[in-house]
Design a protein around this ligand. Structure first.
Ligand code: ADP
Ligand code: MG
Length: 728
């Protein structure tokens, strides 16, 4: 066996479960011990500084410089007590990953001594050496650089020996260069709009927060095997590999009992997450072999997004200690179920009400229906934008692959709520009669809680499904930064609620009673947004056909889906809600196109290398053995016997030659195609060319490679095979 595969398999064999003792009794003993949370703030800060931070979190008020110094000094004392020596502004650039630049607290005083210093200025603002982060032309590298600014709404935390301060990343002229800035603006926008709508029902509501509960799916693979696969290392997915004889087709839970090694990894990951205040609960309901899921209790959306970014880093770190690699890619293995990241989303008031949960009284249910129907209407208006928000090269493999929701956005609400909306839709326009109102309250609005209780509809094929007290956006990819879909969802909801308020107020001004006005507008919305609702099988061809008739978009590839970001409609939405200006949107669009193009480019190069440098030589090597063998047979066998037995081997030699020839010629053609694409200047055209001209070579090359994997002597095959990667 070639050295590379042989030693990887040997090393993987040696990896044993790594068990740790956890020196605590309850989770609450360690929960949040590495975050600068309320408890730590109260202990390390003056009451004045604490109040200022609390107000900033609650009301978005500014923290002045003097107070910032006090906060910084408290933070430093706390962090140093926990062993921190450095600090960093932690942010989420547009490339998806997180970024940090570590600075030491230590500062020489010039007299041969030193102090540990961390001032308000260092806390509040920093100029990272970040000229290499993508900026889509907003910020020329030779111009003034961007800066990071403290986000007090997300608690600082300690990773290793570093104090990490969640920050936004903006240019000096104020344009967002990261994922967090637009999210914060969207959250503010939805807060304003939703709080106003809440006034119809409860005047005590002062603030509405968006909530997010994500469910992160991932694969684990042995680190030694991972390192022996250049495609996994460079692209996060396998570009070649024949399906194993036994895959997931049996669904027999051969993999149902999580291997010991994985269990110990999960345990440590949980403990590390708790220390960082991430309220995770490991799930064990993997669908594919070696696939797992992690989900926290839901939190305020900004914090939840940060926690997801953080945990993706953390997974990698903890996995290393267990000789694992975490695969976050949406489709690491062909023919094996991919990974997603469901985004459960709702809105909650500062009076403790979940606005997407049916209440106990008709009044609270009218409030529920208001938010519920507005959510559906917003998705109806901006389905394309929601599609764009989940677009990425890796998620393209999943959307519409009959394992994840299709690229068609639709809303599932279940049969009971469908019946409720149907009843409301029947209302006549204008003022309701007292009988109608009573009927509505008793039989429609009043019935919601009891019907929802036994609503067991669980449509798994819908991209946006109502699940009893929240909507679940299921089309998000496992590598995604949740900030993108969350920015869009909250922005379109903000816009929708603002429109709703305008319409209701207009009717009220025209003399209609408040409830009548609300019913009237909702009834119109139900009619207008009917098209986006779909209760059937989202994976079926019938739905694709039906959706086309309804005029719903079905955009299967990222470069085209991203177009929806830069339509006039989208840009005015972003500007109206104060989420992004035109320059920011266009810059972002360009960055995402470039990222897409680069991903395909890297994959294409990697595939070319593997096919050309690993597979072809191996196949030729084996082919020579066969040729030698056939020659030998001719020498030792009688002519008539030889004629009979050599046939099959000659046939094999021919097949191998044909596949080798396919690989070589397709690879060459792919390289030529890349050259043509690389000459294209326009980012959009270039991304489309990579998608439509380069990508199609992958399947043809892979087909030949995978056939060879089946033909060539296992002893000679250089790369770990699917069965070795997947069944640890
Ligand atoms: P599934 O059946 O998809 O596994 P669950 O019903 O178990 O879904 O819950 C999924 C997620 O929904 C959980 O992670 C939970 O935190 C989240 N969730 C529950 N309520 C809310 C809410 N009000 N807002 C946001 N997320 C929520
Ligand atoms: Mg789910």
């Amino acid at each position: 066996m070639p050295q590379i595969r042989f030693s990887a398999l040997q090393e993987a064999q040696k990896h044993k479960p790594i068990e740790k003792e956890w020196p605590y009794e309850k989770v609450s003993d360690i929960f949040g011990m590495h975050t600068f949370n309320i408890r730590a703030m109260k202990e390390y800060m003056t009451p004045e500084a604490y109040k200022s931070v609390a107000d900033a979190v609650k009301k978005g008020s500014k923290i002045d410089r003097g107070i910032a110094d006090q906060v910084a000094s408290g933070m430093k004392a706390w962090a140093m007590k926990l062993g921190a020596t450095h600090y960093t502004h932690w942010f989420q650039p547009l490339t998806g990953a997180t970024a940090e630049k570590h600075d030491s607290f230590f500062e020489p005083t010039g007299d041969g001594q030193a102090i540990e210093k961390f001032s308000g200025g260092m806390l509040v603002q920093q100029e990272p050496d970040a000229s290499s982060f993508p900026n889509g032309g907003i910020r020329n590298t030779f111009e003034a650089r961007g800066y990071t600014a403290w986000d007090p709404t997300s608690p600082a935390f300690i990773m290793g020996r570093t104090l990490c301060i969640p920050t936004v990343f903006v240019s000096y002229t104020g344009e967002a260069l990261d994922n967090k800035t637009p999210l914060l603006r969207a959250l503010q926008s939805v807060d304003q709009a939703a709080t106003q709508v809440c006034q119809y029902f409860d005047r005590n509501v002062r603030k509405v927060t968006a909530t997010l509960g994500w469910e992160q799916e991932y694969f684990l693979v042995d680190a030694a095997l991972f390192n022996a696969r250049p495609d996994l290392m460079l692209t996060g997915r396998t570009l070649i590999g024949h399906a194993p004889a036994k895959g997931q087709q049996l669904d027999d839970h051969y993999f149902g009992s999580i291997p010991e090694r994985a269990r110990h990894f999960m345990r440590e990951l949980e403990v590390e997450s708790y220390k960082l205040g991430i309220p995770v609960k490991t799930r064990h309901n993997e669908v594919a072999p070696s696939q797992f899921e992690l989900a926290p209790v839901f939190e305020e959306a900004n914090i939840s997004v940060d926690h997801n970014s953080l945990i993706m880093d953390l997974m990698d770190k903890v996995a290393g200690r267990h000789n694992f690699k975490v695969l976050l890619h949406e489709k690491p293995y062909k023919g094996v179920n991919g990974s997603g990241k469901h985004n459960n989303w709702s809105l909650a008031t500062d009076t403790g009400v979940n606005l997407l949960a049916p209440g106990k009284t008709p009044k609270s249910n009218l409030q529920f229906l208001t938010f519920f129907i507005n959510a559906i209407k917003s998705v109806h208006e901006y389905a394309d934008l929601l599609r764009a928000s989940i677009a990425s090269a890796s998620n393209d493999h999943r959307l519409g692959a009959n394992e994840a929701p299709p690229a068609i956005i639709s809303v599932f609400i279940g049969s009971q709520l469908t019946a409720t909306l149907d009843a409301l839709e029947q209302l006549e326009k204008g003022k309701l009669s007292p009988e109608q109102k009573t009927d509505l309250k008793l039989n429609v609005v009043g019935k919601i809680p009891e019907i929802l209780l036994d609503n067991t509809d669980r449509n798994r094929t819908s991209p946006f499904a109502f699940t009893g007290n929240k909507f679940e956006l299921r089309a998000v990819g496992s590598t995604a930064n949740c900030a993108q879909p969350m920015t869009i969802l909250n922005t379109i909801m903000a816009k929708q609620l603002t429109e709703f308020k305008k319409s209701v107020d207009a009717l009220i001004e025209g003399g209609m009673k408040k409830d009548d006005a609300i019913f009237n507008v909702l009834r119109d919305y139900i009619r207008e947004s009917r098209n986006i609702r779909f209760e059937g099988d989202g994976y079926s061809q019938a739905w694709a056909d039906e959706a086309a008739k309804r005029g719903l978009s079905n955009v299967r590839t990222t470069p085209h889906a991203l177009d929806f970001y830069v339509t006039d409609k989208a840009i005015s939405l972003f500007e109206e809600c104060g989420v992004m200006n035109k320059v920011e949107v266009e810059a972002r669009h360009e960055i995402m196109l470039e990222e897409y193009m680069m991903k395909i480019q890297i994959e294409s190069r990697t595939l070319g290398d593997i096919a050309g440098n690993h597979v072809v030589p191996t196949a030729i090597n084996y082919q020579n053995k066969l040729i030698q063998n056939v020659r030998g047979l001719k020498e030792v066998l009688a002519a008539d016997v030889y004629q009979k037995v050599a046939k099959d081997q000659l046939n094999m030699i021919e097949k191998i030659s044909a596949y080798i020839s396919t690989i070589i010629s397709e690879k060459e053609a792919m390289i030529e195609e890349r050259k043509t694409c690389n000459a294209i200047e326009d980012a959009r055209e270039k991304a489309i060319a990579y998608c439509e001209k380069v990508l199609p070579y992958f399947d043809r090359i892979r087909y030949a490679v995978d056939k060879l994997e089946m033909l060539v002597d296992d002893e000679l095959w250089p790369l770990p095979k699917y069965r070795e990667l997947i069944f640890m």
